[in-house]
Design a binder for this molecule. Structure first.
Ligand code: V07
Length: 254
């Protein structure tokens, strides 16, 4: 539709979004889904209403990423710091994975989506972990979009874990300190086997990484928006990808 309008108005019309370049879709997009609580508060609703609404956005953006041909979508659902929140809120959040999957898993399977989890399983309630692991198991053979949930994830904890494992290899005499390389670190991170994100999106106006994929985001493009996660649409998602492509073109020209 935009293509036809553009043909009529001319390519440079400021009113029409530039089309996306289907040959330069980021392979891996990571998202910090922020602003659910604030969105709810602004409406006079409890924070948990924001989390529930944010879950609907997860579905919407997963489908949008799949349509674009994104290979990996990593979503920061719960951090290792989020346990400090009020107990009732944590308990609500821990029910969202099973709620999401009970509604959406069938359609994810129909769309060949592979569900993965990146985070510390040991602290999760068994009802949460069992639902996620069942989805991971049921979709393990799928070859489409990898939907990677960062759940009880923290980047410093992840890097400390990697350093410990590498130290053990050094102590055992299997690895010399001077031979330690980027690849050794990467192999011991929870993201092992997944390429680094090409693009990081953070919603809701905060301009921080908040302990999210500190190693993996070293060379990623970053895109921030004031829009709260429950209000984040496919159009916003396309805006981020369009800006990613604009930056990539500029670097290509140097
Ligand atoms: C959560 C909704 C999205 C906004 C951010 C906070 C609240 C989906 C999941 C999920 C996780 C694992 C999984 C399937 C779905 C989820 C939590 C919070 C803890 F296998 N949304 N969502 N998990 N929110």
């Amino acid at each position: 539709m935009f293509q036809r309008l553009r043909a009529f108005f001319g390519k440079t019309s400021a009113l029409l979004p530039q089309a996306l370049d289907t040959d330069n879709i980021p392979q891996h997009i990571a998202i910090i889904m922020d602003g659910n609580g604030r969105w709810a508060k602004n409406r006079g609703l409890p924070r948990i209403a924001g989390h529930h609404s944010g879950m609907k956005t997860v579905k919407r953006i997963t489908m949008a990423a799949d349509r674009l041909g994104v290979k990996y979508l990593t979503l920061y659902a719960f951090s290792t710091e989020n346990w400090k929140r009020p107990k009732a809120e944590v308990e609500f959040l821990m029910k969202l994975p099973q709620q999401f999957l009970s509604i959406e898993l069938k359609e994810l399977i129909e769309n060949n989506v592979q569900v993965r989890m990146m985070g510390y399983k040991e602290d999760l309630p068994s009802h949460t972990l069992e639902a996620v692991e069942e989805a991971v198991r049921q979709t393990a053979g799928n070859t489409g979009l990898v939907l990677n949930f960062a759940l009880n994830y923290g980047s410093r904890k992840e890097m400390i874990g990697a350093v410990r494992q590498i130290s053990e290899a050094v102590q055992a005499g299997r690895l010399a300190p001077q031979d330690i390389e980027d690849s050794h670190l990467a192999e011991h991170l929870l993201s092992a086997g997944i390429p680094d994100p090409d693009l990081l999106i953070r919603t809701s106006g905060e301009l921080r990484l908040s302990n999210f994929m500190l190693w993996q985001l070293a060379y990623s493009e970053m895109w921030f928006t004031d829009v709260y996660w429950p209000e984040f649409t496919e159009e916003h998602f396309h805006d981020a990808v369009r800006e990613y492509q604009r930056r990539a073109r500029r670097y290509g020209g140097l």
